[in-house]
Design a protein around this ligand. Structure first.
Ligand SMILES: [Zn+2]
Length: 376
């Protein structure tokens, strides 16, 4: 559990790659990466300092993320269920990909401990490298909390944030603010023209929306996967009701867009919170400028009331998963079905029927009954 954090040559290769690359980039782009924290022209020494910060954070980010995922999985006996939960909670994509294999007791594709730890290595190292290059963390302030959170508890958002870095480095522009504890790309990837979007500590296309987007950065850091998954869960729950409401209110096809936009996005409690912080008379949540959209927007009190059952149910699900896989760990594959030295002998024609008091812990959670199929 601890040894495997350090004994993978591929992981060290990835860490070294991010470290070397970020140092070289800091030298090559020393003029581009200059922060306006002083008026003097960029020098080689400031570029080297920036590079050193990037190298240290790349190595630390990768190792801390790797350790976090390794310990989390090890605590849960590296069970298939824990792998799936970690895949959903901290990287999203592995969880999505492996849900069907898990339910059908097939071999996991992306939620084995090795692959999840590799995801952690890449995301943690890239977060660290980019954060060092742009010097985003205030080391005398909240940065001391923000960095370790970004490469552990808040990994789900930051996995997407890494994709924003890739896109925005080519097509966007990074702000030069001095150590704001987040990446601000005034222009960059967006889903809607003029709209900002934040994943993890990366705000994209955020010009004029910095206060709103900073709320999302800290929502993600404080609540981690609970934020990411309940944000998406709210959208999923209200999609169909939103379409129906939109069609009823607009009495036309425009409701197909306006309904979900209002119910899934603007009425989303995380957004209601961020728009409340944003404030202003041109607030698109409270003053959409369209009578239909106004009717489809819930007052904050209504959002809070709906949030109570929604978050109670979400919390209950989270507690159930935590209890099932961490407080009551499922046996690991090799412990559940230890390889028998008699395996070359013919199998018995019939298996003895277990008596009721011999129910294994698998019975408590039938989805992980057949570890032989779930992990090979
Ligand atoms: Zn928002």
């Amino acid at each position: 559990m601890v040894e495997r954090i350090f004994n993978d040559p591929l992981a060290w290769g990835i860490l070294a790659g991010f470290a070397v690359l970020s140092f070289v980039i800091s030298l090559i782009f020393k003029d581009t990466l200059k922060n306006p924290d002083d008026d003097s022209p960029p020098t080689w020494s400031t570029a080297v300092l920036r590079g050193v910060e990037a190298v240290i954070l790349a190595l630390l980010g990768g190792l801390i993320a790797r350790a976090f995922i390794s310990l989390l999985l090890g605590w849960a006996n590296d069970s298939a269920g824990a792998g799936l939960a970690v895949g959903w909670a901290f990287f999203l994509l592995p969880g999505i990909v492996d849900t069907i294999p898990y339910l059908t007791h097939s071999h996991p594709v992306l939620t084995t401990p090795e692959i999840l730890m590799m995801f952690a290595t890449v995301v943690g190292a890239m977060c660290g490298a980019m954060s060092g290059l742009w010097r985003i963390y205030s080391w005398l302030g909240l940065g001391l909390i923000a960095f370790p959170l970004d490469v552990t508890w808040a990994l789900a958002g930051n996995t997407g944030g890494c994709l924003f870095h890739l896109w925005n480095t080519v097509f966007g522009k990074h702000d030069d603010k001095v150590r704001p504890n987040a990446h601000l790309y005034p222009s960059g990837f967006t889903l809607l023209p003029g709209g900002a979007i934040t994943l993890g500590s990366v705000m994209s296309n955020c010009a004029g929306h910095e206060d709103h987007e900073m709320v999302h950065v800290w929502q993600n850091r404080v609540l981690g996967p609970l934020y990411t998954l309940t944000y998406l869960g709210w959208m999923l729950v209200w999609l169909v009701p939103g379409i129906v409401a939109g069609l009823i209110v607009t009495k036309g096809p425009s409701g197909l867009k306006k309904g979900p936009m209002r119910w899934c996005y603007f009425n989303n409690p995380w957004e209601t919170w961020a728009y409340a912080v944003e404030g202003g008379s041109n607030n698109p949540r409270t003053n959409p400028g369209d009578p239909d959209e106004s009717r489809l927007t819930w007052p904050a009190l209504y959002v809070i009331l709906w949030s109570i059952p929604f978050f109670l149910a979400s919390t209950a699900l989270a507690v159930f998963i935590f209890y099932s896989f961490w407080l009551n760990p499922q046996p690991a594959h090799n412990e559940a079905h230890p390889p028998s030295h008699k395996s070359t002998e013919p199998a018995p024609k019939s298996k003895p029927t277990p008596r009721p008091h011999e129910r294994s812990s698998f019975d408590a959670f039938p989805l992980v009954v057949d570890k032989e199929k779930a992990i090979v």
